[in-house]
Design a protein around this ligand. Structure first.
Ligand SMILES: Cc1cc2nc3c(=O)[nH]c(=O)nc-3n(C[C@H](O)[C@H](O)[C@H](O)COP(=O)(O)OP(=O)(O)OC[C@H]3O[C@@H](n4cnc5c(N)ncnc54)[C@H](O)[C@@H]3O)c2cc1C
Length: 415
């Protein structure tokens, strides 16, 4: 009789693992709490599902920070982004590349991705039980006992836990896995919302709502000037603070707190300070000396909008929020150049779990073998996907991590 593998959570990771383990001859039972599988897949990428990245495996792993990179390197080499695309192609979902290293299904339909995963798992022989919320899990002999909310017990030779994190709780992922890990005495890094818009209590920031910067260079800086993260991705001001990938990618340290933090926005990333100063000096000598916003519009094709220039002028301590270039004494010009290159946007938190695309924190990585996703010291237990202490930036990286870690777990139960 084939050994039974119970997979808890039919999200991206669980569907992939169930399909692959079933292909390898396992008797697979996939338990899903909600009435449907892959809820987050359906919601992802604005319902288009950015399912992986165009980056190679090592570059993709690097985006998970030092610890994440070390942990994911083997998984991403075992199942590189290109192999994910090939798999979906084989499942009838060809993919296309998009700007910012993104990969989407050619059909632009997240439903196609979810349906393909579900079909693959079922056709490989995995049994999927929906409306089957797991309450807790416990070792039993060499295997595991899984108890459902209604008291039913299910035995497993191997147990795969991939119930996701706590982000977007309305989709069904309410952090159930953390209690199971704690009950098993496993180390959990405190979960915090990540890939989430940032909040600012500054009215001048709210007043900029609607302004987007496509080519922003963004740094997250603490009160001592220490740079906690940097991204070159679009940002958009909102009525509550600042959003867009450039801000959301830097949310984890904000969510973890630690004093006054601010984003520094380079409003003119393609222009050096020296060049900017020289341009303003030159503008000051022109007949009718143009105002600063107009002068900047002559300097670059995509100049920062007038309201943002005004914010930079105010931050530089100028009386006028769009002075004439010839009205800037040297010190004022230097201050303005500095605020255009490093506009400080104070941030005091995130918009929280409801708006977070992923959870940072989870099962501490040293507790898991990165080659198999086996939990050390807990025979026949595997943990992968978002329940691990891993969070990548926006751009298909998190599905890539879910699929690749699931792949290694499925390979580990072979034979
Ligand atoms: C709005 C949104 C957009 C996103 N867009 C993208 C994107 O375009 N690209 C990208 O790479 N990432 C994206 N993400 C992140 C991505 O969805 C996650 O990284 C990924 O879904 C994690 O996969 P997972 O299988 O580990 O967890 P999940 O997909 O969360 O799956 C966990 C599953 O376990 C089930 N479950 C939970 N508790 C129990 C229980 N007690 N018993 C049984 N089942 C349980 C849940 O119902 C769920 O089906 C997005 C996330 C959100 C919220």
């Amino acid at each position: 009789m084939s050994r039974r593998t119970v997979v808890v959570g039919a999200g991206a990771a669980g569907l992939w693992a169930a399909a692959r383990a079933a292909e390898r001859g396992r008797d697979v039972l996939l338990l899903e709490k909600t009435p449907r599988t892959g809820t987050k897949v359906l919601a992802s990428g604005g319902t288009r599902c950015n399912l992986t990245t165009t980056l190679g495996p090592d570059d993709a792993a690097r985006l998970f920070g030092t610890r994440g990179e070390r942990f994911l390197r083997r998984a991403f080499r075992a199942l590189p982004p290109l192999a994910v695309r090939e798999r979906f192609h084989a499942l009838g979902v060809p993919t296309v590349e998009a700007p910012l290293e993104k990969v989407f299904p050619k059909s632009q339909s997240a439903r196609d991705v979810r349906d393909a995963l579900e079909r693959w798992a079922s056709e490989a022989g995995a049994r999927i039980r929906r409306n089957a919320p797991v309450r807790d899990v416990e070792p039993r002999g060499e295997g595991w006992r899984v108890r459902l909310a209604d008291g039913e017990e299910v035995g497993a030779d191997e147990l795969m836990l991939c119930p996701g994190g706590k982000s977007y709780p309305r989709t069904g992922t309410t952090g159930d896995g953390y209690a199971w890990l704690a009950a098993l005495d496993l180390p959990v890094v405190e979960p915090v919302p990540a890939l989430v818009p940032l909040a600012s209590s500054e009215p001048w920031v709210h007043a900029l709502a609607g302004i987007a910067l496509q080519d922003a260079r963004v740094r997250l800086v603490d009160a001592n000037g220490r740079v906690l993260g940097r991204r070159e991705r679009p940002v958009v001001f909102t009525h509550r603070g600042i959003s867009g990938p450039g801000a959301m990618d830097l949310a984890e340290p904000v969510a973890r707190g630690g004093g006054a933090l601010h984003l520094e926005l380079d409003l003119l990333p393609g222009v050096e300070r020296k060049e900017l100063r020289a341009h303003l000096i030159q503008a000051a000598g022109l007949p009718g000396a143009p105002r600063v916003a107009g002068a900047l519009a002559k300097l670059v094709a995509k100049a920062p909008p007038r309201r943002l220039v005004a914010a930079a002028c105010r931050q530089a301590g100028l009386d006028d929020d769009n002075p004439r270039a010839n009205a800037l004494p040297k010190a004022a010009r230097h201050a303005l150049v500095e605020s255009l290159k490093r506009l400080r946007v104070p941030v005091d938190g995130t918009l929280g779990w409801d708006k977070a695309e992923v959870t940072a924190g989870g099962l501490a990585l040293p507790a898991v073998d990165p080659g198999t996703m086996r939990v050390r010291g807990r025979p026949n237990l595997f943990v992968f996907g978002e329940l691990l202490d891993l969070a990548g930036p926006i751009g298909g990286l998190n599905f890539q991590a879910a699929f690749a870690t699931a792949e290694l777990a499925a390979r580990a139960v072979e034979g």
